[in-house]
Write a protein that binds this ligand. Structure first.
Ligand SMILES: [Zn+2]
Length: 316
Protein backbone atom coordinates (compact mmCIF):
# COMPACT_ATOMS: atom_id res chain seq x y z
CA UNK A 1 0.00 0.00 0.00
CA UNK A 2 2.78 2.39 1.00
CA UNK A 3 4.46 2.08 -2.38
CA UNK A 4 1.33 2.62 -4.44
CA UNK A 5 -0.48 4.98 -2.11
CA UNK A 6 0.43 8.08 -4.08
CA UNK A 7 -0.50 6.61 -7.47
CA UNK A 8 -3.66 5.26 -5.99
CA UNK A 9 -4.74 8.63 -4.59
CA UNK A 10 -3.88 10.27 -7.90
CA UNK A 11 -6.08 7.78 -9.76
CA UNK A 12 -8.89 8.34 -7.30
CA UNK A 13 -8.62 12.10 -7.81
CA UNK A 14 -8.66 11.65 -11.61
CA UNK A 15 -11.74 9.42 -11.44
CA UNK A 16 -13.53 11.97 -9.23
CA UNK A 17 -12.52 14.76 -11.60
CA UNK A 18 -13.78 12.80 -14.58
CA UNK A 19 -17.06 12.15 -12.79
CA UNK A 20 -17.38 15.88 -12.11
CA UNK A 21 -16.74 17.06 -15.67
CA UNK A 22 -18.87 14.37 -17.32
CA UNK A 23 -21.50 14.00 -14.63
CA UNK A 24 -20.86 10.29 -14.79
CA UNK A 25 -19.26 8.31 -12.04
CA UNK A 26 -19.96 4.88 -13.46
CA UNK A 27 -19.24 4.97 -17.17
CA UNK A 28 -15.75 3.50 -17.19
CA UNK A 29 -13.01 4.61 -19.58
CA UNK A 30 -15.00 7.71 -20.46
CA UNK A 31 -17.52 6.17 -22.85
CA UNK A 32 -21.14 5.80 -21.94
CA UNK A 33 -22.16 2.21 -21.47
CA UNK A 34 -25.29 0.62 -20.07
CA UNK A 35 -23.48 -2.64 -19.42
CA UNK A 36 -23.47 -3.75 -15.84
CA UNK A 37 -19.96 -3.86 -14.40
CA UNK A 38 -19.09 -6.08 -11.48
CA UNK A 39 -15.77 -6.18 -9.59
CA UNK A 40 -14.75 -9.29 -7.65
CA UNK A 41 -11.88 -9.71 -5.18
CA UNK A 42 -10.46 -13.24 -5.75
CA UNK A 43 -10.48 -15.79 -8.59
CA UNK A 44 -12.74 -18.57 -7.24
CA UNK A 45 -15.55 -16.09 -6.50
CA UNK A 46 -14.85 -14.24 -9.76
CA UNK A 47 -15.38 -17.44 -11.73
CA UNK A 48 -18.73 -18.09 -10.02
CA UNK A 49 -19.81 -14.50 -10.73
CA UNK A 50 -18.76 -14.60 -14.39
CA UNK A 51 -20.61 -17.88 -14.93
CA UNK A 52 -23.80 -16.38 -13.50
CA UNK A 53 -23.25 -13.07 -15.35
CA UNK A 54 -22.85 -14.81 -18.72
CA UNK A 55 -23.02 -12.32 -21.61
CA UNK A 56 -25.18 -9.84 -19.66
CA UNK A 57 -22.56 -8.17 -17.43
CA UNK A 58 -18.82 -7.42 -17.46
CA UNK A 59 -16.95 -8.96 -14.56
CA UNK A 60 -13.48 -7.82 -13.44
CA UNK A 61 -11.09 -9.75 -11.22
CA UNK A 62 -8.95 -7.66 -8.87
CA UNK A 63 -6.37 -10.02 -7.31
CA UNK A 64 -4.10 -11.28 -10.11
CA UNK A 65 -3.65 -15.10 -10.11
CA UNK A 66 -0.51 -16.23 -8.28
CA UNK A 67 -0.85 -13.77 -5.38
CA UNK A 68 -1.89 -14.53 -1.82
CA UNK A 69 -5.53 -13.69 -1.18
CA UNK A 70 -4.71 -11.90 2.05
CA UNK A 71 -2.89 -8.84 0.72
CA UNK A 72 -3.32 -6.69 -2.36
CA UNK A 73 -2.08 -3.28 -3.52
CA UNK A 74 -4.61 -1.86 -5.99
CA UNK A 75 -3.20 -0.23 -9.12
CA UNK A 76 -4.70 2.94 -10.63
CA UNK A 77 -6.36 0.69 -13.23
CA UNK A 78 -8.02 -1.31 -10.43
CA UNK A 79 -9.31 1.92 -8.90
CA UNK A 80 -10.78 2.84 -12.28
CA UNK A 81 -12.41 -0.58 -12.69
CA UNK A 82 -13.92 -0.47 -9.24
CA UNK A 83 -15.12 3.11 -9.69
CA UNK A 84 -17.19 1.93 -12.66
CA UNK A 85 -18.81 -1.06 -10.95
CA UNK A 86 -22.44 -1.31 -9.93
CA UNK A 87 -21.83 -4.40 -7.83
CA UNK A 88 -18.77 -5.34 -5.78
CA UNK A 89 -18.47 -8.98 -4.75
CA UNK A 90 -16.00 -10.03 -2.08
CA UNK A 91 -15.61 -12.81 0.46
CA UNK A 92 -15.85 -10.61 3.56
CA UNK A 93 -15.48 -12.25 7.01
CA UNK A 94 -11.92 -10.88 7.22
CA UNK A 95 -10.48 -12.21 3.95
CA UNK A 96 -10.40 -9.19 1.68
CA UNK A 97 -10.54 -5.93 3.67
CA UNK A 98 -8.33 -4.51 0.91
CA UNK A 99 -11.30 -4.61 -1.47
CA UNK A 100 -13.72 -3.27 1.09
CA UNK A 101 -11.55 -0.18 1.48
CA UNK A 102 -11.16 0.23 -2.28
CA UNK A 103 -14.93 0.07 -2.87
CA UNK A 104 -15.64 2.47 -0.02
CA UNK A 105 -13.28 5.04 -1.55
CA UNK A 106 -13.79 4.53 -5.28
CA UNK A 107 -17.39 3.29 -5.59
CA UNK A 108 -19.32 4.35 -2.48
CA UNK A 109 -22.64 3.88 -4.29
CA UNK A 110 -21.99 0.35 -5.58
CA UNK A 111 -23.94 -2.52 -4.04
CA UNK A 112 -21.73 -4.82 -2.01
CA UNK A 113 -22.15 -8.57 -1.69
CA UNK A 114 -19.99 -10.38 0.86
CA UNK A 115 -20.57 -14.03 0.05
CA UNK A 116 -18.90 -15.23 3.26
CA UNK A 117 -21.68 -13.61 5.27
CA UNK A 118 -24.30 -15.76 3.51
CA UNK A 119 -22.96 -19.14 4.70
CA UNK A 120 -22.32 -20.82 8.06
CA UNK A 121 -18.73 -20.08 9.08
CA UNK A 122 -16.10 -21.95 11.08
CA UNK A 123 -13.70 -20.53 13.62
CA UNK A 124 -9.94 -20.71 13.08
CA UNK A 125 -8.77 -23.64 15.20
CA UNK A 126 -6.92 -22.80 18.41
CA UNK A 127 -4.42 -25.35 17.45
CA UNK A 128 -2.59 -25.63 14.14
CA UNK A 129 -0.49 -28.60 15.28
CA UNK A 130 -1.95 -31.74 16.80
CA UNK A 131 -4.79 -31.65 19.30
CA UNK A 132 -3.37 -29.82 22.29
CA UNK A 133 -0.52 -27.50 21.37
CA UNK A 134 -1.33 -23.82 21.23
CA UNK A 135 -0.31 -21.11 18.80
CA UNK A 136 3.34 -20.27 19.15
CA UNK A 137 3.92 -17.13 17.13
CA UNK A 138 1.00 -14.87 16.38
CA UNK A 139 2.04 -11.75 14.50
CA UNK A 140 0.28 -8.74 16.01
CA UNK A 141 -1.12 -7.58 12.70
CA UNK A 142 -2.59 -10.96 11.72
CA UNK A 143 -6.32 -10.79 12.10
CA UNK A 144 -7.27 -13.36 9.49
CA UNK A 145 -5.67 -16.37 11.06
CA UNK A 146 -5.86 -15.56 14.75
CA UNK A 147 -7.54 -18.12 16.95
CA UNK A 148 -11.17 -17.53 17.82
CA UNK A 149 -11.57 -15.59 14.60
CA UNK A 150 -13.83 -16.54 11.68
CA UNK A 151 -12.02 -18.67 9.09
CA UNK A 152 -12.54 -16.74 5.83
CA UNK A 153 -11.76 -19.56 3.32
CA UNK A 154 -15.47 -20.37 2.84
CA UNK A 155 -15.31 -20.98 -0.94
CA UNK A 156 -13.28 -24.17 -0.53
CA UNK A 157 -16.52 -26.05 0.26
CA UNK A 158 -18.64 -26.55 -2.90
CA UNK A 159 -21.80 -26.96 -0.76
CA UNK A 160 -21.28 -23.46 0.63
CA UNK A 161 -20.40 -22.23 -2.88
CA UNK A 162 -23.91 -23.27 -3.97
CA UNK A 163 -25.39 -20.87 -1.40
CA UNK A 164 -23.07 -18.13 -2.64
CA UNK A 165 -24.14 -18.72 -6.24
CA UNK A 166 -27.78 -18.16 -5.29
CA UNK A 167 -26.82 -14.88 -3.58
CA UNK A 168 -24.76 -13.82 -6.63
CA UNK A 169 -27.74 -14.48 -8.95
CA UNK A 170 -30.07 -12.48 -6.70
CA UNK A 171 -27.69 -9.52 -6.39
CA UNK A 172 -27.00 -9.37 -10.13
CA UNK A 173 -30.78 -9.34 -10.67
CA UNK A 174 -31.05 -6.39 -8.28
CA UNK A 175 -28.45 -4.21 -10.01
CA UNK A 176 -29.59 -5.22 -13.51
CA UNK A 177 -33.32 -5.93 -13.30
CA UNK A 178 -33.66 -6.27 -17.10
CA UNK A 179 -31.62 -9.50 -17.01
CA UNK A 180 -32.81 -10.83 -13.64
CA UNK A 181 -34.38 -13.93 -15.19
CA UNK A 182 -31.21 -14.80 -17.10
CA UNK A 183 -29.09 -14.41 -13.95
CA UNK A 184 -31.46 -16.58 -11.96
CA UNK A 185 -31.48 -19.23 -14.68
CA UNK A 186 -27.68 -19.37 -14.93
CA UNK A 187 -27.38 -19.47 -11.13
CA UNK A 188 -29.68 -22.51 -11.12
CA UNK A 189 -27.60 -24.19 -13.85
CA UNK A 190 -24.36 -23.54 -11.97
CA UNK A 191 -25.95 -24.80 -8.77
CA UNK A 192 -26.66 -28.09 -10.56
CA UNK A 193 -23.03 -28.36 -11.69
CA UNK A 194 -21.77 -27.68 -8.17
CA UNK A 195 -24.18 -30.25 -6.74
CA UNK A 196 -22.67 -32.83 -9.11
CA UNK A 197 -19.15 -31.74 -8.13
CA UNK A 198 -20.01 -31.96 -4.43
CA UNK A 199 -21.48 -35.47 -4.77
CA UNK A 200 -18.48 -36.63 -6.81
CA UNK A 201 -16.02 -35.40 -4.16
CA UNK A 202 -18.12 -36.89 -1.37
CA UNK A 203 -17.85 -40.31 -3.02
CA UNK A 204 -14.16 -39.99 -3.83
CA UNK A 205 -13.09 -38.77 -0.38
CA UNK A 206 -15.21 -41.42 1.38
CA UNK A 207 -13.07 -44.07 -0.34
CA UNK A 208 -9.73 -42.62 0.81
CA UNK A 209 -7.79 -44.80 3.27
CA UNK A 210 -6.07 -41.80 4.86
CA UNK A 211 -8.35 -39.03 6.14
CA UNK A 212 -5.81 -36.68 7.69
CA UNK A 213 -3.46 -34.27 5.93
CA UNK A 214 -1.25 -31.27 6.63
CA UNK A 215 -1.84 -28.03 4.78
CA UNK A 216 0.54 -25.18 4.06
CA UNK A 217 -1.64 -22.31 5.29
CA UNK A 218 -5.02 -22.59 6.97
CA UNK A 219 -7.07 -22.63 3.79
CA UNK A 220 -8.64 -26.13 3.76
CA UNK A 221 -10.76 -26.23 6.91
CA UNK A 222 -14.08 -25.83 5.08
CA UNK A 223 -13.10 -28.50 2.55
CA UNK A 224 -12.08 -30.88 5.35
CA UNK A 225 -15.23 -30.07 7.31
CA UNK A 226 -17.50 -30.84 4.35
CA UNK A 227 -15.84 -34.17 3.43
CA UNK A 228 -15.11 -35.48 6.95
CA UNK A 229 -11.34 -35.11 6.57
CA UNK A 230 -8.94 -33.96 9.24
CA UNK A 231 -6.33 -31.19 9.15
CA UNK A 232 -3.50 -32.62 11.27
CA UNK A 233 -1.34 -29.51 11.21
CA UNK A 234 -0.80 -26.24 9.36
CA UNK A 235 2.78 -25.42 8.35
CA UNK A 236 2.27 -21.65 8.16
CA UNK A 237 -0.72 -20.72 10.33
CA UNK A 238 0.01 -17.12 9.34
CA UNK A 239 0.72 -16.92 5.61
CA UNK A 240 4.06 -15.34 4.84
CA UNK A 241 5.49 -15.75 8.34
CA UNK A 242 8.25 -18.35 8.37
CA UNK A 243 7.64 -21.07 10.98
CA UNK A 244 10.16 -21.23 13.84
CA UNK A 245 12.53 -24.19 14.30
CA UNK A 246 10.51 -25.28 17.31
CA UNK A 247 7.30 -25.19 15.29
CA UNK A 248 8.90 -27.22 12.48
CA UNK A 249 9.87 -29.88 15.05
CA UNK A 250 6.22 -30.09 16.14
CA UNK A 251 5.03 -30.53 12.57
CA UNK A 252 7.70 -33.22 12.02
CA UNK A 253 6.40 -35.03 15.10
CA UNK A 254 2.87 -35.02 13.66
CA UNK A 255 4.25 -36.33 10.33
CA UNK A 256 5.95 -39.23 12.15
CA UNK A 257 3.14 -39.99 14.62
CA UNK A 258 0.36 -39.97 12.01
CA UNK A 259 2.48 -41.45 9.20
CA UNK A 260 1.63 -38.47 6.98
CA UNK A 261 2.34 -39.56 3.38
CA UNK A 262 3.08 -36.15 1.81
CA UNK A 263 3.13 -32.40 2.41
CA UNK A 264 1.76 -29.70 0.14
CA UNK A 265 2.95 -26.24 -0.83
CA UNK A 266 0.69 -23.55 -2.30
CA UNK A 267 1.58 -21.59 -5.45
CA UNK A 268 0.80 -18.22 -3.84
CA UNK A 269 3.33 -18.66 -1.03
CA UNK A 270 7.07 -19.36 -0.71
CA UNK A 271 7.29 -23.18 -0.73
CA UNK A 272 10.60 -23.37 1.20
CA UNK A 273 9.20 -24.07 4.70
CA UNK A 274 7.14 -26.98 3.27
CA UNK A 275 10.10 -28.23 1.23
CA UNK A 276 12.37 -28.14 4.31
CA UNK A 277 9.95 -30.22 6.37
CA UNK A 278 9.23 -32.66 3.52
CA UNK A 279 12.99 -33.17 2.99
CA UNK A 280 13.59 -33.71 6.72
CA UNK A 281 10.73 -36.24 6.88
CA UNK A 282 11.73 -37.82 3.52
CA UNK A 283 8.21 -37.57 2.12
CA UNK A 284 7.10 -36.04 -1.19
CA UNK A 285 5.90 -32.45 -1.58
CA UNK A 286 2.66 -32.09 -3.54
CA UNK A 287 0.72 -28.94 -4.34
CA UNK A 288 -2.62 -27.59 -3.15
CA UNK A 289 -4.14 -24.39 -4.48
CA UNK A 290 -6.78 -22.42 -2.60
CA UNK A 291 -7.04 -19.59 -5.17
CA UNK A 292 -6.23 -20.83 -8.70
CA UNK A 293 -6.88 -18.86 -11.87
CA UNK A 294 -3.99 -20.30 -13.84
CA UNK A 295 -3.68 -23.20 -16.31
CA UNK A 296 -5.44 -26.27 -14.90
CA UNK A 297 -7.28 -24.21 -12.28
CA UNK A 298 -8.97 -21.65 -14.52
CA UNK A 299 -12.52 -22.32 -13.29
CA UNK A 300 -13.98 -22.89 -9.84
CA UNK A 301 -14.73 -26.54 -10.60
CA UNK A 302 -11.26 -27.16 -12.08
CA UNK A 303 -9.69 -25.57 -9.00
CA UNK A 304 -11.59 -27.80 -6.59
CA UNK A 305 -10.94 -30.92 -8.71
CA UNK A 306 -7.24 -30.03 -8.91
CA UNK A 307 -7.07 -30.13 -5.11
CA UNK A 308 -9.04 -33.37 -4.88
CA UNK A 309 -6.68 -34.98 -7.46
CA UNK A 310 -3.64 -33.70 -5.54
CA UNK A 311 -4.86 -35.10 -2.23
CA UNK A 312 -6.12 -38.34 -3.76
CA UNK A 313 -2.68 -39.15 -5.11
CA UNK A 314 -1.43 -39.60 -1.54
CA UNK A 315 -4.50 -40.30 0.58
CA UNK A 316 -6.27 -42.95 -1.51
ZN1 LIG B 1 -5.75 -17.84 3.19
Amino acid sequence: MRRNALLWLLALALVSYWATITGCGGCGKGKTSDRTKVAVSIFPIYDLVRQVAGPDADVELLLPPGHSEHTFDPTPKDVEEVAACKLAVMVGVGLDPWMEKLVKDAAPNARVLKVGERVPTLTVKDDPVGDEAAHRTIPEDDHDHDKGVTDPHVWMDPARARVMVKAIGDELGRVDVAHANEYRQRATELDGKLETLDKEIEQRTAAWKTKGFITFHGSFNYFADRYKLQILAVIEPFPGSTPTGEYIQEVLKVVADKKVPALFSEPQLDPRPAQTIADAAKIPLGKLDPVGGTEGTDSYEKLIRYNVDSLEKYLK
